[in-house]
Design a protein around this ligand. Structure first.
Ligand code: FAD
Length: 396
C-alpha cells in the first residue's frame, strides 16, 4: 500500500494551499471545524455566503460534482486533498453545505431535468441555501413514523405539521422535506420527498432552539396550510423513502467529523503547559497514555476512511465504513472533550481566552457540543444496530 501522494496530487495540494492562503479572509477563521457549523448571527452568515460564492467562482465548490452541473469533475482524491487543506486553513463549514453535499447529489439521481436545471446551478455559489426537514417531535430514529401531511389538491400540495432540529432554518432560502402523502399506506410507503421554494412562504413559522452552549444552531419549523406546486416533488409520489435514503447515505458518508488528530496534538501541547497536582500534566502517565490512545484511534479512523475511499475508487457500493466512521468518530469526539476537561480543569469551562490557555473557548465549546454529533444524522445506537444487523448478521 502506498499512502504517498502522486506528483500530480502533490501539485494539486500545493495549488489549493496557495489559493486558500491568498483568498481566505482571516476574520472568518474558526478554531475547530466542528464549531459553529451554522453561523452565530446573520452578519457572519452573509460573510460566509460571500466566501462560498468566491470559492465557487474559483471552481472549488462541488469539486466532485459532474461538470455538466457546474462541478469540477475532480476525482475523489482531489476532493479529499481539498477538504484536508480547507480545514487546515481553519475555514468554516460552508453555509450551503446541505445543498452541496445532500440535496445536490440526491437531485442528480432522482430529480427531473427541470428540477436539475432550476436548482443545481444555484447551490454551488450559495445563491440558495437549503435546510433539511426530516426529523419531527415523534420521528427521529424512527423517521418513517413522521406525521407532517402533504395533501395533493389540484395542482398543489398543502402541507401541515411540524419539523424539529432543523439546522440553519433561520437562514435557509429553501427546504427539502419528507411528508406523508398517503396516511393509509404502511409507514415506509406513503411518504413523499418535497421541495419548499421559499422559506418565507405564508404559513411557515421558524422558531429558534438554542443549545446549552448558547448557540442558535437549529429550529422548530411549523407548517400551517403551506402551498407548494405539485411539480416540487422529487421522485415518485409516495416513494419518497427511497429518495430520503439516498440523502441519508450521503449524510453518513461525511458525518462523524474529522479534525480529531489536530485536537489531540493541541492537547498534547497544552499538557506540557498546564499543571495537575502541582506538576506538569505531561508528567502523569495517564495523560500520556490517553493522548497516545486517542492518536491511535485517529489513525485507525483515517485508514477506515481510506478503505472506504478505495471502495468508491473501485466503483464498489458503499460498505459499512460510513456507519463505522460515524459511530467511532463522534464517540471519539466526546471522549476527547471529556479528557480536555480533566486536563484543563477550570480552563475548559471558560468562554474567554486566558494567557495560559488562549483557546479556552474552544474547549468549552467541545465540552458542550461534542455530544451532538453522536445524535445528528443517526444516533450511535442506530449505527450499532445497523452494524450489528447488516454487518455482523446479529438478530434484530
Ligand atoms: C446537531 C444536530 C443537528 C440536526 N440537524 C437536523 C436537520 O437539519 N434536519 C433534521 O431533520 N434533523 C436534524 N437533527 C435531528 C437528528 O436527525 C435526530 O435528533 C436523530 O435522528 C435522533 O432522533 P431523536 O432526536 O428524535 O431521538 P429518538 O429517536 O427519540 O431517540 C432517543 C434515544 O433512543 C435511542 N433509540 C431510538 N431508537 C432506537 C433503537 N431502535 N435501538 C436502540 N436505541 C434507540 C436513540 O439512540 C436515542 O438515544 C439534528 C440533530 C442534531 C443533534
Amino acid at each position: 500500500m502506498d499512502f504517498e501522494y502522486t506528483p500530480e496530487q502533490e501539485a494539486f495540494r500545493v495549488k489549493v494551499r496557495a489559493w486558500l492562503k491568498d483568498n481566505f479572509p482571516p476574520e472568518l477563521a474558526i478554531d475547530d471545524p466542528m464549531d459553529e457549523r451554522i453561523a452565530p448571527n446573520r452578519e457572519i452568515f452573509e460573510k460566509r455566503r460571500a466566501w462560498q460564492r468566491k470559492l465557487a467562482d474559483a471552481g472549488w465548490v462541488g469539486l466532485s460534482w459532474p461538470k455538466e452541473y457546474g462541478g469540477g469533475s475532480a476525482n475523489l482524491m482531489e476532493q479529499i486533498i481539498f477538504d484536508d487543506e480547507y480545514f487546515r486553513a481553519r475555514a468554516p463549514v460552508l453555509p450551503g453545505y446541505s445543498g452541496v453535499s445532500l440535496l445536490g447529489p440526491t437531485l442528480m439521481q432522482w430529480g427531473t431535468e427541470e428540477q436539475k436545471k432550476k436548482y443545481l446551478p444555484r447551490i454551488l455559489p450559495a445563491a440558495d441555501v437549503w435546510c433539511q426537514g426530516y426529523s419531527e417531535p415523534g420521528a427521529g430514529s424512527d423517521l418513517a413514523g413522521l406525521k407532517t401531511r402533504a395533501e395533493l389538491k389540484g395542482d398543489y400540495f398543502i402541507i401541515n405539521g411540524q419539523k424539529v432540529w432543523t439546522s440553519g432554518a433561520q437562514y435557509a432560502d429553501k427546504m427539502f422535506l419528507l411528508a406523508r402523502t398517503d396516511p393509509d399506506a404502511p409507514k415506509h410507503k406513503g411518504i413523499s420527498y418535497l421541495i419548499i421554494d421559499d422559506m418565507g412562504s405564508p404559513g411557515i413559522e421558524v422558531r429558534p432552539l438554542v443549545t446549552m452552549s448558547g448557540h442558535h444552531h437549529f429550529n422548530e419549523v411549523f407548517f400551517d396550510n403551506v402551498q407548494i406546486p405539485k411539480e416540487n416533488i422529487v421522485g415518485p409520489l409516495n416513494e419518497g423513502w427511497k429518495v430520503a435514503v439516498t440523502t441519508l447515505a450521503f449524510e453518513r458518508g461525511i458525518a462523524g467529523g474529522g479534525g480529531h488528530s489536530a485536537q489531540v496534538r493541541r492537547l498534547a501541547d497544552l499538557a506540557r503547559r498546564v499543571e495537575i497536582g502541582g506538576r506538569p500534566a505531561w508528567d502523569h502517565e495517564w495523560v500520556r497514555q490517553d493522548l497516545a490512545q486517542f492518536l491511535i484511534e485517529c489513525e485507525a479512523a483515517k485508514y477506515t476512511r481510506l478503505r472506504s475511499l478505495t471502495r468508491r475508487l473501485r466503483g464498489l457500493p458503499p460498505g459499512p465504513e460510513g456507519s463505522t466512521l460515524k459511530l467511532v468518530g463522534s464517540e471519539l469526539g466526546v471522549r476527547i472533550a471529556r479528557f480536555a476537561s480533566e486536563l484543563l480543569g477550570p480552563y475548559a469551562i471558560l468562554g474567554e481566552p486566558t494567557p495560559l490557555v488562549p483557546d479556552a473557548p474552544r474547549w468549552q465549546s467541545r465540552l458542550l457540543s461534542s455530544r451532538q454529533y453522536t445524535i445528528a444524522g443517526g444516533t450511535s445506537e442506530i449505527q450499532r444496530n445497523i452494524l450489528g444487523e447488516r454487518q455482523l448478521g446479529l438478530p434484530k
